[in-house]
Design a protein around this ligand. Sequence first.
Ligand SMILES: [Ca+2]
Length: 405
Amino acid sequence: MAEDCAGCVCSSADRTAATGRLVLATAVDHTATALRSLALRRGVRLEPLAPGLLSLQGTDLAQFIAEARRELSSVEAEEVRAMVVDRPDLGDALLLRQAMSAPTLTAASARVEHADLLPLFDDEQRCFHSVYQPIVTLAQRRTIGYEALLRATTPDGAAVWPDVLFPAAEAAGWTHVLDRVGRTTALRDAGRWLGEELLFINFIPTSIYRPEVCLRTTELAARQAGVQLSQLVFEVTEGHQVHDLDHLQRVFDYYRSRNCKVALDDLGAGYSSLNMLVRLQPDIVKLDKDVVQALPDRVSSAVVAAIVQITHAYGGLVLAECVETAEQAAAAADLGVDLGQGWFFGRPEARTPRRAATVPEPRASSSIDPSLPDAAVALHVSGQGPRPGTAAEGSAPGLSGLLVR
Ligand SMILES: [Ca+2]
């Protein structure tokens, strides 16, 4: 099997062509009517090719796509498929077939709107890098790992902030690409300096279609960087809604079969938290920012105490994220939280001089949420052998070793 992802949705960022013939497909009559009247108002004609299939030949297709998106409701725009074809010889039947798998008008419009980000994906090595935030033991303040966070700069060196990049990628359907770039970039950059510490890497479960295939690039990147798979901790944010717990379980099982560790991010932020915790029994549980920063508030303390009790019962560790004050750190430690991360312990930093000089990090503490689904990859270096099949059996010895080493 090929070791890259050629031909996969994560291999490159799809774009909406600017010239050619715009083909719109909709099964809803009044949506087609709205599109035709928009075209009339703009002095162009949407030619009906077949029932539900409309075609526009023109030079300003990007503008029409953007206007069509604004004209329709969000629900309508999700139903309409839009594509620009540059081959005049495609028959209607073939067009219809292609239109069925074309992106939604919402995504096509986002691809037009965020076309300025495409050069980033054309030159991944140059335009993406990772910054790394230390993770420490709360008891001894010893650094046991780093969370990798993806950052981007345009080819001419201007920073593209995460709060712009990630929402744009999601809207344009580029999340798969960005997730893969995040995992491989985290490893590529960490290989230059990471010792035996763990590397925490974010991932989005829906970007992993089939773990044994989709994670091959990640494993290759680890090999090339000289990072052991046992150093990796893959963390999934609950902020990126998990609709299919069975799928996430399979992804976790795969990571563990490869001797990696898994973490749940933002625990306490959603209604499904405890269900996910009990079901998945992640090696490391990362407490949600709002819960941590409310400490030592009585209710937040009760939430943290409950999560600590459950997690320790199966042998996992609890990590307080976004710790910004000594009071929060002390309160978390008193409640039995094992690990800490946040500006109080250290900011995310580029570890390569080339990037450190060009990318200031960051604007304000509230402006960048480290838990953004930024495809950061986490490596966990502990050196133990393959873990047994369950978290309860496998996590306790290796993880508790982290605390006493
Ligand atoms: Ca994270």
